[in-house]
Write a new protein. Structure first.
Length: 473
C-alpha cells in the first residue's frame, strides 16, 4: 500500500484564557492568568518576582486584580499576565486600633475579624466583596462621615516594584510613591499589605427626611458635620414624576447598646431578597420606580428593628442587587461636585439622562471629605458624590449611547468645578480626564521613572496614559 501523502495535522494552538470585569462588556484574552495566595509570605514574594521576570522577558504587561469589579478593564491587560489575589486574612491590633490586611484580603474578612473585638473599618467601600488593597488602588470612598476616601485611613503599606524590590510606603517614608499608589490603579506596583485604621463598632439608629433635591446639599453638609452622626447618605427619586427633584436624606446616630450586647454582623435573609426584587423591578417600569421610592421614603422609616450595628450596615455583598439578565448589565457612574453646585449638576442630569436611552435605577448621594494626599485626588476639597447605577443593554448601540451620555455628564461636572471617578467605563475623552485630574502628567512621569519598562499596564493606561499628552512632554 502506498504511503499516504497527507501531512500530519498541525497541533492546535491553545486558546488564551479570557477574563472580564463587572461590566461584562470587557472580554479580554490574556496570555496567563495566575491566582495567587492571599497573604504576603516569603513563598508568595518569590512567586510574584518570578511572574514579573517571566512577563518582562516575554514583553507582556502585568495587570492586578482581586474581585475584578472595575468596569473598564482597569484590572486587565490584553495579551498580558493577569494576577488575581485570592481572599485572605485580617489581623487586628486592638491596642493600636488598626488592622493588617494582605494583598487578597476582602472586606468581609476584615469585618469577620474586627467584629468580635468591637471594632469596625474606619472607611471601606460600600460592599464587602471587594479587596482591601484594591480599594486603596482605586482610593474608594464609603459613607462614614465626615471622612474622605479610604486612603486617608491607610497608615502604611508595602509595595513590590517592577524589578521585584519591596519598599515600605507611608506619609513619612517613600511618600511620593505612597501618594501615587493611592488611587494609582496598580500602575506603580503590587500592594502587598496595608496597615489600616479601625474605629469602635456601634449600634446605630437612622433618621429619615424627604426634601426637595435643590435643598439637599446644604442640609446634608450640616448633617455630616454633626459629630453625633456616624454614617449618612442620600437618595434621589428616579421615577419620571419627580425625576431627580425629590431627595431622601438618611443619617445614623449611635444609640445605647442593649444588655444583650451588639449583634454579630451578618448578611442575607428574607429582607435582602425582597429588597432585590423591588430594586430589579424598576427596570423598564415606571410603576417599579415609584414603588421603590415609596418603600424608601414611607415604609423604611417605620420598619421595625431598623437599628443596626455599623458592621452590619457595611457587611453587604454587591451581588445582592446585581443584574443576572443575560441581555443587560449594570454600569456605575460617579461624579464629585462642590456641595453648592449640586443643584446645578442635577439640573444638567435632568436634561442629559432622559435624552439618552439608558435606564437609570439609582442615585445615591454621599459626602466625601477632602483628600490632600492622593496624586490623582478626585476630591481636593469636600465634595458630594453622586453614585449612579444604570441598567444598560449589552449591544453596540447601547454602548455608543452610554459613551455619548457619559461625556455630556462629565462635561457638566467639570463645568461646575467637579470631577468624576475613573474605575468605570473608559468613555471619557482624554482632555476630560486631564481637566478632572491635573496631577495626571506628574503621575505618568513618576510611573515611568519607577517602571521604565512599563511592565504594569492595564486598559486605563492604554486609554489615557500610554502616549504623552500633546504639549505635556
Amino acid at each position: 500500500m502506498a504511503a499516504s501523502s497527507a501531512m500530519p495535522a498541525a497541533p492546535r494552538a491553545e486558546a488564551m484564557p479570557v477574563l472580564d470585569d463587572a461590566s461584562r462588556l470587557t472580554p479580554t484574552p490574556v496570555a496567563r492568568h495566575v491566582v495567587l495566595g492571599p497573604d504576603p509570605d516569603a513563598a508568595l514574594l518569590a512567586r510574584l518576582r518570578a511572574e514579573l521576570r517571566e512577563a518582562a522577558a516575554a514583553g507582556r504587561p502585568v495587570a492586578l486584580g482581586a474581585a475584578r469589579h472595575s468596569m473598564g478593564g482597569q484590572s486587565l491587560a490584553a495579551g498580558g499576565t493577569a494576577l488575581t489575589f485570592a481572599p485572605g486574612g485580617c489581623f487586628p491590633d486592638q491596642a493600636a486600633g488598626t488592622f493588617h490586611a494582605g494583598a487578597g484580603t476582602r472586606w468581609r474578612d476584615v469585618i469577620a475579624a474586627l467584629d468580635p473585638l468591637g471594632l469596625s473599618p474606619a472607611v471601606m467601600q460600600s460592599n464587602n466583596d471587594f479587596g482591601v488593597a484594591s480599594s486603596f488602588s482605586v482610593n474608594a470612598h464609603g459613607w462614614p462621615v465626615p471622612r474622605g476616601p479610604f486612603g486617608a485611613t491607610v497608615r502604611a503599606l508595602r509595595l513590590m516594584l517592577a524589578d521585584g524590590a519591596v519598599v515600605a510606603c507611608s506619609r513619612g517614608e517613600n511618600a511620593e510613591l505612597f501618594r501615587a499608589a493611592m488611587g494609582g490603579y496598580g500602575l506603580l506596583g503590587i500592594v502587598l499589605d496595608l496597615e489600616v485604621e479601625a474605629v469602635p463598632n456601634r449600634l446605630l439608629a437612622p433618621s429619615f427626611q424627604v426634601l426637595p433635591a435643590a435643598a439637599f446639599a446644604a442640609r446634608f453638609v450640616a448633617l455630616c458635620a454633626d459629630p453625633a452622626v456616624a454614617m449618612a447618605y442620600g437618595r434621589l427619586n428616579v421615577a419620571v414624576r419627580g425625576f431627580l427633584a425629590e431627595a431622601l436624606m438618611v443619617g445614623y446616630r449611635p444609640v445605647p447598646v442593649p444588655r444583650t450586647g451588639l449583634a454579630r454582623a451578618g448578611t442575607g435573609g428574607p429582607a435582602i431578597a425582597l429588597a432585590r426584587e423591588v430594586y430589579r423591578g424598576q427596570t423598564g417600569s415606571e410603576a417599579g420606580k415609584r414603588l421603590r421610592w415609596y418603600a424608601e421614603t414611607e415604609v423604611a422609616p417605620h420598619a421595625p428593628g431598623n437599628r443596626a450595628t455599623r458592621n452590619r450596615l457595611l457587611n453587604e455583598p454587591v451581588a445582592n442587587l446585581a443584574d443576572r439578565a443575560p441581555g443587560r448589565t449594570d454600569i456605575l457612574h460617579e461624579y464629585f461636585v462642590p456641595p453648592d453646585r449640586l443643584a446645578d449638576f442635577l439640573l444638567a442630569c435632568r436634561e442629559v439622562i432622559p435624552r439618552s436611552r439608558q435606564e437609570l435605577l439609582n442615585v445615591t448621594l454621599r459626602f466625601v471629605g477632602a483628600d490632600p494626599t492622593s496624586l490623582l485626588a478626585y476630591a481636593p476639597a469636600p465634595r458630594i458624590a453622586a453614585v449612579m447605577a444604570f441598567s444598560q443593554r449589552r449591544t453596540a448601540e447601547a454602548e455608543v449611547d452610554m459613551r455619548r451620555m457619559t461625556q455630556a455628564l462629565v462635561d457638566a461636572a467639570l463645568g461646575l468645578g467637579g470631577s468624576f471617578y475613573l474605575p468605570y467605563r473608559l468613555h471619557a475623552r482624554r482632555e476630560q480626564v486631564e481637566r478632572a485630574y491635573p496631577g495626571l502628567a506628574r503621575f505618568a512621569a513618576l510611573k515611568r521613572r519607577h517602571d521604565p519598562g512599563l511592565l504594569f499596564r492595564n486598559a486605563l493606561w492604554d486609554a489615557w496614559l500610554a502616549t504623552p499628552s500633546a504639549g505635556k512632554g
